[in-house]
Design a binder for this molecule. Structure first.
Ligand code: ADP
Length: 403
């Protein structure tokens, strides 16, 4: 079976074509594409590669813009001399990452006209992301009519959080209107929990874990027996940890103050989402690599940004911990979690009293999927490489198989 995955974001799109062998999705995709819609003013960069080889540019069509311009990219999979598939019908399913599924969707879902409408109705909750997913669903609906499309939601994994964790201490009528904590990055938190169980060679049902997804956006999940019981992101992906350019949680009184001072809602939105976090504090960049390089060069505000990032991360790991009655594993994932040994070292420093102790040599090696704790530590600290597209393809396969 061939499964095409589309992961459309606000300014970029990633796509992968996977094959299944003996009922499992192969880990190396047959084909991958990455699209940067903001490469240069008015210019889109499309690159493709086969079987994990090197990336090569794919010519862009100048007449179309946005996701519509990607029609030739997808059609090249089943049309032309280089086509990987004999015809479009060779696709068993198309899986889409959809950031917001609201309270309605707890599982990957076959996309029908109703599901499509619901994703559209949820746009106010994810204005940067749900429209892109919807455009992708519509484009593939035109290009590959009749091929089942599946929505895999970033919110779904957290939908079973208990009300005490999911609701805000606001008037209950607001909660009834849907103002509650949804949580995000669920595809990767769930994947990390399953992968941790494999690496530890223990059943997922027996494990109590904290997973740290640290990329441009950052969130934590407390996971008991494979179920998310708390997470740091909330109604929107702005709550919780300090991130690349997002503030994470701050005193809402500050926002009231700024609005009273005459700041517009749009400006407040921009500052909190794009001008805060590592970027806002350091004045340099939202990119952790730049922050670490600047610290080496003696940049004081970069150092402050790093210390604040770690302080908030540790505080919220502490908060996740209180949802569990023991901790079996602490998982680091996402661009920062997988690659930044200094962030992992600072996060785990002096936590021996919790049973967390990492081996500096193993940590410095940043294993792709591996255990970096000392052999006698009670808590296993794992680094797990995010495989979002593979996880989406696997979810699609489960939907096709009626699971
Ligand atoms: P996204 O959330 O957009 O998928 P990623 O998961 O790719 O983003 O994470 C991007 C973050 O990962 C950036 O802050 C980047 O600096 C950081 N990162 C990537 N490689 C390294 C590295 N070697 N050391 C430290 N940070 C890194």
């Amino acid at each position: 079976m061939n499964i095409l995955v589309i992961n459309a974001g606000s300014s970029s799109l990633k796509s992968s074509l996977f094959q299944t062998v003996e009922g499992k999705v192969e880990t190396t995709p047959l084909w991958q594409a990455q699209v940067d819609f903001t490469y240069r003013a008015g210019e889109t960069l499309i690159q493709t590669r086969r079987r994990g080889g090197s990336w090569t540019p794919f010519p862009t069509s100048s007449s179309q813009t946005g996701i519509q311009a990607l029609a030739p990219l997808f059609e090249s999979l089943w049309q032309g001399e280089e086509a990987l598939l004999p015809q479009v019908e060779a696709l068993a399913a198309i899986g889409h990452r959809v950031v917001h599924g609201g309270s309605l969707y707890q599982r990957p879902t076959l996309i029908t006209a109703t599901v499509e409408q619901t994703i559209e109705q949820l746009i106010p909750l994810a204005p940067a992301h749900n429209p892109a997913a919807l455009e992708g669903i519509r484009l593939l609906g035109q290009l590959a009519p009749g091929i089942p499309q599946v929505a895999v939601f970033d919110t779904a994994f957290h939908q079973q959080m208990p009300p005490a964790a999911a609701f805000y201490p606001l008037p209950y009528t607001w909660t009834e209107q849907g103002i509650r904590r949804y949580g995000f990055h669920g595809i990767n938190h769930e994947y990390c929990a399953r992968r941790a169980a494999e690496l530890l060679n223990r059943p997922l049902e027996s494990l109590q874990l904290i997973t740290c997804h640290l990329g441009n956006g950052c969130s934590l999940a407390a996971i008991r027996g494979g179920k998310s019981v708390d997470t740091t992101m909330g109604y929107t992906p702005l709550e919780g940890l300090m991130m690349g350019s997002r503030s994470g949680s701050v005193d809402p009184g500050i926002l009231i103050h700024q609005l009273r001072q005459g700041m517009s809602v749009e400006e407040l939105d921009r500052v909190l989402n794009r001008e805060s976090g590592l970027k806002g504090v350091s004045g340099l960049s939202s990119d952790m690599r730049t922050i670490l390089e600047a610290i080496e060069a003696g940049h004081k505000r970069a150092e402050l940004a790093f210390e604040m990032f770690v302080h908030r991360l540790r505080s919220q790991i502490g908060s996740m911990l209180m949802n569990l009655d023991r901790l079996d594993g602490l998982v680091f994932s996402g661009g920062i979690g997988e690659n930044s040994a200094p962030v992992r070292a600072a996060t785990c420093a002096n936590l021996g009293f919790l049973g967390i102790q990492i081996d500096p040599v193993l940590n410095a090696g940043s294993p792709r999927n591996g255990d970096i704790s000392t052999s006698d530590a009670a808590v296993r600290v794992l680094v797990i490489s995010a495989q979002e597209d593979w996880a989406i393809a696997t979810a699609c396969l489960a939907v096709l198989q009626g699971q």
